[in-house]
Write a protein that binds this ligand. Structure first.
Ligand SMILES: CC(C)(COP(=O)(O)OP(=O)(O)OC[C@H]1O[C@@H](n2cnc3c(N)ncnc32)[C@H](O)[C@@H]1OP(=O)(O)O)[C@@H](O)C(=O)NCCC(=O)NCCS
Length: 178
């Protein structure tokens, strides 16, 4: 059955589709530059390891990839419905080509995912980011996410120390779905 949540609506000249396993290396290749090598080599390595092939094998049904007319990757969103927590959806990774930022593409991908998740009976969406990624904190705040209280604050941002392991602090977001 086709529904309006099948694929994100994207501007003219771009196309959206579900990612496939063949997209894994192409998306991996964007991570360094698109994240501005935040955190140096360790940051680059962390991000690469956070997006293993399994997401392009098993989570493609709830993820999206946007390409331009030449087939270049312009944006992607990797998300899923929590298997263990019915009613919770999770956005694991989102990236927009720096040249395509500020034009609402991130918002379009998120709103598509919100609608898809709501269609599948999710009542909230969750995600996390690194405390150094202030652009991500600003974006998620604009997208209606609340920052969950942490165990400490850095520049007024609640931080969960060692959330993903020793020294791997995170900011945790949650947004209700209508
Ligand atoms: C964060 C990111 C996904 C935003 O994508 P984008 O396409 O530029 O975002 P949009 O243009 O759709 O902006 C949506 C809203 O967020 C706001 N926003 C986006 N980036 C922002 C920034 N750096 N600072 C402040 N606000 C920002 C916009 O002003 C807009 O607000 P509005 O719709 O209420 O007017 C993009 O900058 C990116 O890929 N960053 C690198 C990867 C990353 O950090 N991903 C998130 C963590 S996994």
């Amino acid at each position: 059955m086709t529904t309006t949540t099948d694929l994100p609506a994207v501007p003219a000249g771009l196309t959206a589709r579900r990612p496939t396993e063949a997209d894994h290396a192409r998306v991996q290749a964007t991570l360094g530059d698109w994240w501005g090598h935040l955190g140096g080599e360790f940051g680059d390595l962390q991000r690469a390891l956070l997006l293993p092939r399994l997401f392009f094998q098993h989570m493609t049904d709830t993820s999206a990839l946007v390409e331009d007319a030449d087939g270049r990757v312009v944006a992607f969103l990797v998300g899923f419905l929590s298997p263990a927590r019915p009613g919770t959806a999770y956005i694991h990774f989102v990236g927009i080509d720096p040249a395509a930022r500020g034009g609402g593409l991130g918002r379009r991908l998120y709103e598509w995912f919100f609608a898809l998740a709501a269609d599948r009976d999710a009542r909230e969406v969750r995600c996390i980011t690194g405390p150094a990624n202030r652009a991500s904190v600003a974006f998620h705040t604009r997208m209606g996410f609340a920052l969950e209280p942490g165990d400490r604050e850095v520049d007024d941002i609640p931080v969960h120390s060692d959330y993903d392991g020793p020294g791997l602090d995170r900011v945790s977001f949650v947004r209700p779905l209508p």
